[in-house]
Design a protein around this ligand. Structure first.
Ligand code: F3S
Ligand code: F3S
Length: 107
């Protein structure tokens, strides 16, 4: 179980969430950030600080963004559990579904 960052983060990347996470498990991709579901301890500290409300508990992700759960699992299956986003630095890639999105702009 874990929290999930969904579409509102794409092309926004505010990063307020990163400062809140006690286990440093929010990793930077190219167009979005991603919570490693293997490392997240479900503390929930990140969820209220996101200015665009991109973060959801996995059972509460809106239907149209439900695929972000699987995307995060596959992403970290591929990348591995790096044990800390600060040391890892930007990962230089996104899940294919995010890469394929048109540019996102805030309304
Ligand atoms: Fe993204 Fe919100 Fe964090 S925009 S980087 S999920 S604070
Ligand atoms: Fe970190 Fe948020 Fe999980 S603060 S531990 S990513 S619920």
């Amino acid at each position: 179980m874990a929290y999930v960052i969904a579409q509102p983060c794409v092309d926004v990347k505010d990063k307020a969430c990163v400062d809140e996470c006690p286990v440093d498990c929010i990793y930077e991709g190219v167009r979005s950030l991603y919570i490693n579901p293997n490392e997240c301890v479900d503390c929930g500290a990140c969820e209220p600080v996101c200015p665009v409300e991109a973060i959801f508990y996995e059972d509460d992700v809106p239907e149209e963004w439900a695929w972000y759960k699987d995307a995060a699992v596959s992403y970290f299956d591929e990348i591995g559990d790096l044990g800390g986003a600060a040391d890892a630095g930007p990962l230089g890639k996104d899940p294919a579904g995010v890469t394929a999105l048109p540019p996102q702009s805030r309304a």
